[in-house]
Design a binder for this molecule. Sequence first.
Ligand SMILES: NC(=O)c1ccc[n+]([C@@H]2O[C@H](COP(=O)([O-])OP(=O)(O)OC[C@H]3O[C@@H](n4cnc5c(N)ncnc54)[C@H](O)[C@@H]3O)[C@@H](O)[C@H]2O)c1
Length: 364
Amino acid sequence: MQTPTSHIFVRTSVVDSIAELYATKGLSRKSVLLFDENTRKLYGDRIIESMQAQGFQTRELVVPARETSKSLSSAWKLYGKMIETDVDRSWNLLAVGGGVVGDLGGFIAASYYRGIPVIQLPTTLLAMTDSSIGGKVAINHPLGKNLIGFFHMPELVLIDPSYLKTLPSREIYGGMAEVVKYGFISDRGFFDLLDEHFDDITALREPWLTEAVSRSAFIKADVVEKDFRETTGLRATLNFGHTFAHGLEKMAEYRNLRHGEAVTLGMACALYLSHRLGFLAETELAESLRLIKRVRFPKGVVEKRFLSLDREELFDSMYSDKKKIDRQLRFVLIDRIGHAFLHDRDVAKAEVLGAIDDAMDYFR
Ligand SMILES: NC(=O)c1ccc[n+]([C@@H]2O[C@H](COP(=O)([O-])OP(=O)(O)OC[C@H]3O[C@@H](n4cnc5c(N)ncnc54)[C@H](O)[C@@H]3O)[C@@H](O)[C@H]2O)c1
């Protein structure tokens, strides 16, 4: 049986031993490589040459580097290219990129020929620590994000933290939001490490970078393995801050606010809510907020995308979150640093608005 982490490898340079890693899972050396334009340009030649030298047959697919690539029309085009180049069930798909490529690649792999194996090679901090792990793959529908998809576990997740050297700083900080989240929800020791080495990690200094990436990836894999289909409430704790974040993203129309930035602001709201409802002590609230404040935003983003919002409108936009159940919003809260839970009681609107106010005051 696969243990939660036996399919995740974190090392530089992971591609050098890709044939060996494929062999451990019985994967064929026939891979469709999916890139976006940026990852193709930055890493494509190196990866393809290395794989061919290790005896692989490869096919190459490239999509525009934007969220709209996660669509049925782009999947449809890619299916066509795969059929035309004789890709059958004996092939697998390697997704090389951020969450966009990982989600689209996973979606295609889950559906092509009723399912072929997918291998994730994440190249953003968010993808390395979150989206490539756990098997949720989806495309967007005009009526909402990530609404059409599958649970399709990757056979392998191959993580090479050195790929982050080319990632813009805004994406690094966006990814840090999810990393920090793991400290809040499941590991006080990890929180302390992040507190001490936040700047080392964002400066991509080793061994801190690899430590932060591995621990995040392994925490997510562990949670997913214990509650794969999100039935016990444990997997839902990965959404700490996300109910607020989805409301913020929706109000920004998914423009000029990175997901990680929305999650950072959302976690501040969720921390205040945890405190207001009597679960989180004042000292731990203050400690938590200090770490959150270290996630950097481009100038003007917090003002435009958070502080200037009407909080009632934000509240309404949170209700459009697809995770709502019977019009009741469920919040993930923490009762101490390192432990989250899904609060299953209805939370009074005044408390939610109050938490938004508190977080706005903190960021002002
Ligand atoms: N499946 C899941 O569980 C899950 C979880 C969280 C987010 N997501 C999805 O992930 C997506 C966001 O992912 P993302 O933040 O990685 O964004 P992204 O895939 O759009 O990548 C961000 C940008 O960085 C570029 N890039 C990627 N790697 C690079 C590198 N090494 N160097 C330089 N540039 C690089 C990309 O080309 C892109 O322009 C969203 O669609 C979201 O819905 C999925």
